[in-house]
Design a protein around this ligand. Structure first.
Ligand code: SF4
Length: 319
């Protein structure tokens, strides 16, 4: 039986699992035994996804089942992503999650931490219900959708943060994945008018100036407007690698600006990466940490999606 959740389209024999180890063939059907068994549930600032141009200053209800269709040596959440079986004993049905978000007055639910593509049946069911009660949905993903997944998720998900991890070599050797389906995923979601921000985790030993220039060009060609470059910290199979320095990040941010993508931010950094109008250059949202009053500042400085100083349209969803 073929699974159509991601670009791999695994052909799974009875009693076996696909590459992700969480989709299984049982009684001639592809099923998700972990459906609704959430191994992580937390309330985060939306900025932590990272999303800087989507409901700034609000909280999001972050949830995850286990599993991933890549095996990145540097995975920051490998305990969740590389696991195949839930440790949770209680299933949380989509409606229960929605009720919880409503009770807590949280405006969005984020499918995050592991790879939601491999548990997209739960994502789709929950997002359809969320739409009915005007709760927004967010997917933080490696972007390697199947065609079928792209088509079913685009109308349901309000905002995507998609990783663009590196070049072909990097995807193949460090992530056990592929670049092309990710680029296709980014292109499709931008074309469909979904809110898209992209993240690249920078490792000094892999991300050269040429690679960052190439990634910037690929994103610009696909119409991406927000790009986060974030610092790596040693973990999982790369526990012996050096952390990415602030100096390296700052240098790569300058390289990335050469792409003319209008909003470029550093992440996992002690530097402040605020939002400036890309026309008049006035500061619109200060972001020295996630505890200051971002929501209020955003309401003052971005009105009807436009800069309050010069009326320039700012990419994003602000209310
Ligand atoms: S989600 Fe992807 S990796 Fe997992 S079984 Fe389906 S096609 Fe294979």
């Amino acid at each position: 039986m073929i699974c159509n959740f991601c670009y791999r389209h695994c052909n799974i024999e009875e009693g076996s699992s696909g590459f992700c180890n969480v989709r299984k063939c049982i009684d001639n059907k592809i099923v998700s035994p972990n459906y609704g068994y959430l191994d992580a549930i937390a309330i985060d600032p939306i900025e932590k996804k990272p999303l800087y141009h989507f409901l700034p200053g609000t909280k999001t209800l972050s949830v995850a089942e286990v599993g991933c269709n890549f095996h990145c040596d540097f995975c920051q959440n490998w305990q969740l992503s590389q696991s195949e079986k839930s440790d949770t004993i209680k299933q949380i049905k989509p409606q229960e999650l929605i009720d919880y978000a409503l009770a807590k007055n949280i405006p969005s639910i984020s499918f995050t931490y592991s790879e939601p593509i491999v548990w997209q049946d739960y994502v789709v069911d929950t997002s359809a219900l969320a739409k009915e009660v005007n709760i927004k949905t967010v997917m933080v993903t490696n972007g390697s959708f199947s065609k079928e997944a792209r088509e079913s998720l685009a109308p349901l998900i309000n905002a995507f943060n998609i990783d663009l991890k590196g070049d072909e070599y990097y995807y193949k050797n460090v992530c056990k994945g592929e670049l092309k389906p990710v680029l296709d995923g980014i292109e499709y979601m931008v074309e469909k008018g979904c809110h898209v921000e992209v993240t690249t985790l920078l490792l000094e030993e892999f991300h050269t100036i040429e690679i960052v220039e190439k990634l910037g060009k690929l994103l610009k060609e696909r119409g991406v407007e927000v790009w986060h470059l974030t610092r790596f910290f040693p973990t999982y199979k790369m526990n012996d690698s050096d952390e990415t320095s602030e100096t390296f990040l700052a240098r790569m941010i300058e390289v990335a600006k050469g792409s003319n993508i209008p909003y470029i931010y550093g992440g996992n950094s002690s530097s402040e990466y605020s939002t400036y109008c890309n026309k008049c250059k006035k500061k619109l949202i200060s972001r020295n940490d996630f505890t200051n009053n971002i929501e209020k500042e955003c309401k003052n400085n971005i009105k009807n999606g436009k800069c309050s100083y010069c009326n320039n349209l700012i990419y994003g969803i602000f209310s």
